[in-house]
Write a protein that binds this ligand. Structure first.
Ligand code: ATP
Length: 242
């Protein structure tokens, strides 16, 4: 594995909005993207996932180039070895919790019995092992979020993308799932990126913070370093509110 497991130089346009952002991250690192609404956090995750094409730059994971517009390289999303937990990307309503979690393995050709056994063990790890047979409509928001995290993690992806993983959870559930995610990410071998509007999430989970504003990097550093000298008003408010 190379020293920088993730090497991203992302340049793209989305209507009037332009994103231009370069960063690297080591294997095993967790990177938090923070910034005000519309700064480009979700757009960054969508670009990494291959859902929005780059116009310039490159995206490399380990020795593999996922995207490089200059030489017309572009791996489609399903070939990227990415685990995603995106806002609004609901669980499959017609599948049970265990089959939702097994889905990524089944899509990679793992036999049903083995995929289900692994899915059960991921549901146990996320403390919802007893809910395996339930459909998404029979789960609370916090339970569904645990199932969604298991679904994203089960394939041991090189990149794990979590867009506001605690959105809509009550304070207690938020803290519980944050702690569970902290323990899970400590063992995760890929690069994890998450977005959050809560600096307590950043402090608990991230090794590195990328502070975005208007589609560009305003500051980068450890949670302690950026909290000590916030470069943007938005970050200062986030730090003060923690
Ligand atoms: N489907 C779309 N088509 C065109 N522009 C879009 C689309 N989705 C988002 N944008 C624009 O891209 C810009 C960045 O949005 P993005 O969702 O990445 O911000 P964000 O930092 O994730 O914000 P939030 O905190 O609200 O989730 C915004 O100006 C937004 O209006």
């Amino acid at each position: 594995m190379s020293a920088s497991h993730l090497d991203a130089e992302l340049s793209l346009r989305r209507g009037d909005f332009g994103l231009s952002l370069a960063f690297t991250a080591d294997a095993g690192a967790t990177v938090a993207l923070v910034g005000p609404n519309g700064a480009g956090k979700s757009t960054t995750l969508a670009a990494l996932a291959g859902l929005l094409p780059l116009t310039e730059g490159h995206l490399r994971v380990g020795a593999r180039t996922l995207e490089a517009p200059a030489d017309a390289t572009r791996e489609p999303p399903q070939a990227r070895d990415v685990g995603m937990c995106f806002q609004g990307q609901a669980l499959f309503g017609h599948l049970s919790a265990v089959d939702n979690v097994a889905y990524g393995l089944r899509a990679r050709g793992v036999a049903r019995t083995q995929a289900r056994a692994m899915a059960h063990s991921w549901l146990e790890r996320l403390e919802v092992g007893g809910l395996a047979a339930r459909r998404p409509a029979q789960l609370s928001g916090g339970q569904a979020q645990r199932v969604a995290l298991a679904r994203a993690l089960i394939t041991a992806p090189s990149l794990l993308l979590l867009d506001e993983p605690f959105a809509g959870l009550d304070a207690r559930t938020h803290a519980e799932i944050r702690e569970l995610l902290r323990r899970t990410l400590a063992e995760f071998e890929g690069v994890a990126l998450l977005t959050s509007h809560d600096f307590r999430d950043v402090e608990a989970l991230a090794d590195e913070v990328l502070v975005l504003e208007h589609g560009a990097l305003a500051q980068r550093g450890s949670p302690a370093a950026v909290a000590a000298e916030p470069a943007t008003e938005h970050l200062r408010a986030m730090v003060d509110a923690r």
